[in-house]
Write a protein that binds this ligand. Sequence first.
Ligand SMILES: C[S@@+](CC[C@H](N)C(=O)[O-])C[C@H]1O[C@@H](n2cnc3c(N)ncnc32)[C@H](O)[C@@H]1O
Length: 266
Amino acid sequence: MTDPHERIDTSKPHSARMYDYYLGGKDWFEVDRHAANAVIATYPTVLTAARANRAFMHRAVRTLAAEYGVRQFLDVGTGIPTKPNLHQVAQAVAPECRVVYADNDPLVLEYADALLRSSPEGRTVYVDADVRDDALIDAPEVREVLDLDAPVALSLVALMHFVPDDADPYGLVRRLMEPLPSGSFLVLSHVTNDFASPEDTSTAESLYNRGGTSLRMRSRKEIGSFFDGLDLLPPGLVTTHRWRADAPPEMEDTDVGFFAGVARKP
Ligand SMILES: C[S@@+](CC[C@H](N)C(=O)[O-])C[C@H]1O[C@@H](n2cnc3c(N)ncnc32)[C@H](O)[C@@H]1O
């Protein structure tokens, strides 16, 4: 890819910066605030949805490290660092955890320093890469940090709705899982249109699409297809806030608007 500094485009909204705005962060530009506010006007619950999604990622990673002994994570579509980041959650359970982060937004690369503060026993690395590029799994950083003979958790959290149907999203996930050994995991969350009217779905999709980011909301059934061939851990494919919730969920499914699951490769 070209120099990431040159690739930072402040004339168009970016999904990573809009998400940072939803989460209450400070790493966005005026164009992102404008686009994010237009989404909030259609989907006022997007702020709750973003927080519930982030909390799902924390619980999923903690569960895999604490209960399933996972020590290696490949997190694609990492986003602008927001504490705690994935490695901080995993390394709080097991300091030796190794994490590869990847994102295609040059601004995330700018902030990657925060992702590289690994525990001394573990390791973190950042790759400037696109999930649509099958070569990602062969990146030298991936091969250097991850031992693909031992289980790896592939984390695609709030990412695949940015991959349109014509980019073969299901094939991409299958091919990313292929080189990982039995006992590896897929952690995935995805925006759904199950709770939205067709009008709101098309408004939200076109707000992103107009800004140059493709958004494809999918039904629970379509999201479930990402897990084909894998064994979903209990409680299965549920809205993010219901996945092994620490406390009885106070939000409604309609406020959350994301389905999420964690599955094991047999
Ligand atoms: C909504 S954020 C999610 C961040 C984090 N995974 C989380 O859930 O808290 C989506 C991230 O995916 C990244 N992204 C979007 N399309 C991508 C692609 N084709 N390849 C790699 N990253 C992508 C964006 O830059 C953004 O950082």
